[in-house]
Design a protein. Structure first.
Length: 85
């Protein structure tokens, strides 16, 4: 299992458009991808789970990946997040 954290940088938080981009990117992963904020967590491949976290600017989110290609997929997601979120 690979885990990494990232901070929500947009002043409006993780809005549906940005959340949708993240979900589309995680769907490309063969690994299971979970997203967590505090005690709440969900499947990062499902938009409702991502939006239910109600992530605001400055919040720290954690992604965890589990699968055969978890290392390379985590690296790709980190890069995507840095460039797009």
């Amino acid at each position: 299992m690979v885990k990494f954290e990232f901070q929500v940088k947009d002043s409006a938080g993780l809005l549906p458009e940005a959340a949708g981009k993240l979900v589309r990117e995680t769907i490309l992963c063969t690994s299971k991808v979970r997203i967590r904020k505090g005690e709440k967590s969900g499947d990062a491949k499902l938009i409702f789970h991502v939006l239910s976290l109600s992530a605001k600017a400055g919040d720290i989110l954690e992604l965890s990946l589990q699968g055969e290609k978890e290392q390379e997929e985590a690296a790709r997601l980190k890069e995507f997040i840095e460039m797009n979120l």
